[in-house]
Write a protein of this length. Structure first.
Length: 166
């Protein structure tokens, strides 16, 4: 992998003593890029977007729509699968970014409830977890060719339509 990046293995080992450190750095970098991409997408929505628009932007940004988001999805999924079987990887704080995203979406659900755009019965934490899990699963489905990007977007919008009031 170092050769493919045109970097010597010695240089990689100088900065990363373990594969866990290297993987965590890569994942942290990708999470930062994802945060930036979400912020850019939210900026397009204007100064005061409705919570549903914000949630939809977050969920759709997580889909593999281009090469960068495709790589993000593949690396994150690969890291998660490795962490299932590798205790050293599992101890790394790789869930910090997904946890922060879940809190952000839960805050948007709270705002939607407060504004009357969503039912008072909606539990922000549960809705955020369900929506993000759905988006991640849809992303995997798109990568595998199970469904098209357009179909995944339709599923996201359908789910949000069921949660929000017209």
């Amino acid at each position: 992998m170092a050769a493919k990046a045109d970097v010597s293995l010695h240089l990689v080992q100088h900065y990363f003593e373990t594969k866990e450190q290297l993987m965590l750095f890569a994942l942290t970098h990708l999470a930062e890029r994802m945060r930036t991409r979400v912020e850019e997408r939210l900026a397009v929505l204007g100064a005061d977007p409705r919570p549903r628009e914000v949630i939809e932007a977050v969920l759709t940004q997580a889909l593999p729509t281009d090469e960068e988001s495709r790589v993000f999805h593949l690396v994150y999924t690969s890291y998660a699968m490795l962490a299932v079987t590798d205790a050293a990887l599992r101890r790394q704080p790789f869930l910090a970014a997904p946890d922060a995203m879940e809190r952000f979406v839960a805050d948007q659900v709270r705002l939607a409830r407060q504004s009357g755009d969503m039912s008072d019965g909606a539990d922000p934490r549960l809705e955020a977890a369900a929506l993000l899990a759905m988006s991640a699963g849809l992303g995997t489905g798109v990568l595998l060719g199970q469904r098209s990007l357009a179909e995944a977007l339709t599923v996201i919008r359908h789910s949000l339509d069921r949660l929000t009031k017209p």
